[in-house]
Design a protein. Structure first.
Length: 318
């Protein structure tokens, strides 16, 4: 089964209304099947869904389904395999916000997410902050989000993401750092490939500057990111321009199907290697970027770059 294949079941208790009930169910779920190899089972035959059209067939044949009957009623079972077709107006984005000592920016980031233009499920993870961030979340910011997770000990960004991914229920999942380097208004750029091209994963690239605002980054930091991306590309056979980007958007079923081992910034090369090995459709779009300095609170450092190299090698056969 492909990662974007989905299975649903429902039942009707009246044979004369079964067709309309089943049809309404799938339309309400924003699903339709793209292949003739998808079936709806009826007691008297089966129904195919093709290009969004429902066609009742005469033959008493089925591929997937279940019939149960007794003296009082007939239950028409249905089990349909199909690809999720997303609609911008209905989809929900689970926004995972790992947070450690970000008292000056965490509320601004949450407000920006709430103003992104999409329905969101905000999952905020405090990784045992010590600068008052934790208290701010409990007293104020936590009321603005959907879920708050507190770590008893500082465990790292990767650990925070693992915890939050498991709690996500949206159609898409994205990571939003709790600073102001990335702009939630640009979620739409990452959503578009899911709508237009049935993407499974979309990376937002800081280094593909196609008409985007880009605050000049430090030379060595930028060089380090590009070297790591090139190394990752060698083993993944991808042409990414920014493997280390925070903005990675996933179909929820894709990210929740991957076991994450890294607890710190090794998450980026690990997840890149693992989504590549799954054979999913990966897209990359340009985004804007406003980097902050170490003095302003940037936490990633040289040792994290070394760990990234180790992870690229470690997960090359993941």
């Amino acid at each position: 089964m492909k990662n974007n294949d989905c299975y649903f079941s429902c039942a009707s208790y009246h044979t004369n209304t079964a067709f309309e009930e089943m049809k309404e169910f799938f339309e309400n779920q924003n699903y339709f099947c793209k292949s003739i190899d998808k079936y709806m089972l009826f007691l008297f035959g089966y129904m195919t869904l093709h290009n969004g059209k429902y066609q009742q067939m005469e033959y008493p044949f089925f591929r997937h389904g279940l019939i149960e009957a007794n003296k009082k009623l007939i239950i028409l079972g249905i089990l349909v395999k199909g690809e999720r077709v997303m609609n911008k107006d209905d989809l929900v984005i689970s926004v995972v916000v790992p947070c450690y000592n970000e008292i000056n920016t965490v509320e601004k980031v949450v407000d920006a997410i709430r103003d992104c233009g999409f329905k969101t499920e905000i999952i905020l993870v405090d990784d045992c902050s010590t600068d008052g961030t934790r208290e701010l979340i409990k007293d104020k910011v936590g009321k603005k989000v959907d879920k708050v997770l507190f770590h008893k000990h500082n465990m790292g960004k990767g650990a925070a993401l693992k915890h939050a991914f498991a709690k996500a229920t949206g159609d898409l999942v994205i990571v939003q750092d709790s600073d102001l380097e990335y702009n939630p208004k640009e979620f739409e750029k990452l959503v578009n490939p899911f709508i237009d091209s049935n993407a499974d994963v979309v990376y937002g690239s800081r280094y593909s500057k196609d008409g985007n605002n880009y605050k000049v980054d430090g030379f060595y930091h930028s060089l380090g990111n590009k070297v790591l991306t090139m190394a990752s590309n060698i083993f993944s056979n991808l042409e990414l321009t920014d493997m280390e980007t925070c903005y990675k958007m996933f179909r929820r079923e894709v990210i929740q199907s991957i076991k994450i081992n890294e607890n710190r910034f090794g998450f980026e090369p690990e997840i890149t290697a693992k989504v590549t090995k799954k054979g999913v459709k990966i897209y990359e779009v340009p985004i804007s970027y406003s980097p902050r300095t170490n003095e302003e609170g940037k936490k990633i450092g040289f040792k994290d770059g070394v760990r990234a190299i180790v992870c690229i090698w470690k997960y090359r056969t993941a």
